[in-house]
Structure formats: structure tokens, C-alpha cells
Design a protein around this ligand. Structure first.
Ligand code: AQP
Length: 332
């Protein structure tokens, strides 16, 4: 029987992924390549919505790809590619834009958040329509499951709505995708502001843990993470959001349950606990950092791996697009 298909994308909007990206998304990408037919892409078209410098975008696209391979994606088991190299994504996005209501697009909270950050007038139309491009990314592969962090739930709903609308207007064409969200790690929060999600563009340097961070700096940041009043290491979302975030991080990376961690650190205070969280994070990220550097040292080989991934993705995308064009009444 054919394996279910999984697809997800990650933006090259920083010089490193962060712990939220890793736990909310990348780790699931790696796990799912064994059980699913997997497609993962670097979302460079999405990154364009905030007009990065060309050199920076090129560099970050390769850094992102290298991190995905370094984290454990195997080019034999997963098609890893750059979004702009499969041009059908942009084409389908236009067709879907024409199916989307203005009000519907305007309800996307991520746009509201980001527009507020850049200033309402400064936000691009691309930023406004980017959830529709995301729907195209997903639907073009007839995706079953989309591993993402909790912040993407609303966009997944839009993808399903657009698929349903297209199917009812033009005949069955797209599969309805389902989010694949792990509750425990759906929102890793900022170390300095435990009410906010850890974010490449919004977190302060002290609030974010980068996958490629130098271990000394990484340890310091975790030791300085905002903790809460009291001294007990217990999970309590409402009263101890900082400690709860660190417990989630430790548990997700070490595999030790939160209850066992609470028991182990009873009466020891925050210092000993944070020290161990730092070690668990360093142990996870040090080998990824090392492998990323190695992959980046041979750009030609990295580009070749990405081109091979794009070839595999394009073959699937083209099949869907032939059907979509025909359904819409476009000439062959
Ligand atoms: N803090 C987080 N906790 C859990 N999952 C997270 N993700 C992001 N932040 C967290 C998930 O990572 C994947 C890739 O995200 P993205 O690169 O598409 O951009 P994003 O969601 O907008 O993440 P950032 O860090 O906030 O980037 P910028 O600042 O560029 O917008 C997604 O699956 C996301 O859910």
C-alpha cells in the first residue's frame, strides 16, 4: 500500500533555525521520513515577502538546507528541495488567489501580527497572500499530513477550505490535508518572554536559542532564561510559564517525562535544573552544527542534492497541475 504523503516548509529568514523550529517542525520531518512519502522544502518564496537582500537569501537558503540534512533528513528517503525551483508552486498560488475572498485572507492572524510589526502600510501584498501560497505548497503534492507548530493551525484550515472550494466548483482535484501537531512542543516560548513564541524575527537575541549557536553562548542564555517566582521545578503553565517551557524543552530532547523531571529536581532549585537543560540542548545541537558546517563546505554537492530533490517534487507537482489547468478551462 502507498505510504501517506507528508509535506512541510521552513523559511530561510535567519542564519540558523531556532529551538522552536527544531522541536515544532524539523524533528517531526526526520521522524516521518521513515513512515511517509516525504517532501520538505526551503520556503524561499515566502522569505521574499519581507524583501531580503539577494546575497543574504542565497546564503540562508543553503544554510537552511544544510541544517535539514544535518538534522537527519536523508535525500534517499525524503525529497528536500528549494520552493522556487519548483515553479508550479507560484502558478497554483495564482489560481488559488482567484478562489480566495478578501475577507477570508484578511482574517489570517499571522498577517495581522507581522503587518503590525512592519507597520500596516509597509507590509507587502505578498505578506498578505502568503497563506494562499502556502495552501498551494500543500495541495500541489496531494498531501495527507503537514507537520507544523501550533502557529500554523489557521493556515492549514485555509488550505482545507480552498481545497474543498476548488473541489466543489471544478470537480474532485485536491486531497484535504491534515495538520500534524505535537501538543507538547507546538509552542516553544521565548526565553526572556515566556508568553510569546520563540521567533526568528521577533525574539530578542537573548530570548532565542539557535540550532547553530556556539555552545558557550547557548549555555549562558539558558542559565539567564526568565524563571518564575518560587524555586520549585514544576510545570504550571499559568504561574510558572518560564519553568514550564524549560521542562518541555528538556523532556522533548531527553525523552524523560515531565513528571520524572519534577521528581528528580525536587528541592534542588532552578540553577541545577537549568544547567541540565543547557547540557541536553548542547548535546542535541553540537552534532547538527558540526554536520551543517561540513555540508556548507561543499556548496556544489549541496546544490546537487537540492536539485535532485526538486526533480522528484516537480514530477508530482506537474501531475497535479495538468489536472488543475484542465479543470479551470485553460488551454493545454
Ligand atoms: N516557537 C515555536 N514553537 C514551535 N514551533 C514553531 N515553529 C516556529 N516557531 C515555533 C514552527 O517552525 C516551522 C517553520 O517556521 P517558519 O520558518 O515557516 O516561520 P515561522 O513559523 O513564522 O517561524 P518564526 O521563527 O516565527 O519565523 P519568522 O520570524 O521568520 O516568521 C513552522 O512549522 C512553525 O510552526
Amino acid at each position: 500500500m502507498a505510504r501517506p504523503r507528508v509535506l512541510s516548509g521552513i523559511q530561510p529568514t535567519a542564519d540558523s533555525f531556532h529551538l522552536g523550529n527544531y522541536l515544532g517542525a524539523v524533528r517531526q520531518y526526520v521522524a516521518l521520513q521513515d513512515t511517509h512519502e516525504a517532501f520538505y522544502f526551503i520556503a524561499d518564496l515566502h522569505a521574499l515577502t519581507v524583501a531580503p537582500k539577494p546575497e543574504e537569501l542565497r546564503r540562508r537558503t543553503r544554510v537552511a538546507a544544510a541544517q535539514l540534512f544535518a538534522a537527519g533528513l536523508d535525500p534517499e528517503r525524503a525529497a528536500v528541495f528549494v520552493q522556487s525551483q519548483v515553479r508550479e508552486h507560484s502558478e497554483l498560488a495564482w489560481y488559488l488567489i482567484c478562489q480566495t475572498g478578501m475577507g477570508e485572507a484578511g482574517r489570517m492572524t499571522q498577517f495581522k501580527d507581522k503587518a503590525a510589526k512592519y507597520g500596516e502600510g509597509a507590509a507587502s501584498v505578498g505578506l498578505f497572500t502568503y497563506p494562499i501560497l502556502q495552501a498551494a505548497d500543500i495541495l500541489i503534492y496531494q498531501t495527507d499530513q503537514v507537520p507544523v507548530g501550533g502557529d500554523q493551525k489557521q493556515h492549514l484550515e485555509l488550505s482545507r477550505d480552498l481545497a474543498q472550494r476548488f473541489n466543489s466548483r471544478y470537480g474532485p482535484t485536491f486531497k484535504l490535508p491534515n495538520p500534524y501537531i505535537l501538543k507538547e512542543v507546538e509552542k516553544i516560548t521565548d526565553l526572556q518572554d515566556p508568553s510569546a513564541k520563540m521567533s526568528k524575527s521577533s525574539s530578542s537575541p537573548q530570548g532565542i536559542i539557535d540550532v547553530l549557536e556556539e555552545p558557550g553562548r547557548l549555555r549562558k542564555k539558558i542559565m539567564r532564561a526568565v524563571t518564575d517566582t518560587g524555586s520549585e521545578v514544576v510545570a504550571d503553565e499559568a504561574n510558572k510559564p518560564g519553568v514550564t517551557n524549560l521542562l518541555r524543552i528538556h523532556s522533548a530532547l531527553s525523552g524523560v517525562s515531565i513528571a520524572d523531571l519534577e521528581a528528580r529536581f525536587a528541592g534542588q532549585g532552578y540553577g541545577a535544573f537549568k544547567k541540565e537543560v543547557a547540557e541536553v540542548v548542547v548535546d542535541t545541537f553540537a552534532p547538527i552544527r558540526e554536520r551543517t558546517e561540513k555540508l556548507l563546505a561543499d556548496e556544489a554537492e549541496l546544490d546537487r542534492m537540492l536539485a535532485a530533490g526538486a526533480d522528484r517534487a516537480r514530477a508530482v507537482a506537474r501531475e497535479t497541475m495538468a489536472q488543475v489547468r484542465d479543470r479551470l478551462g485553460l488551454l493545454p
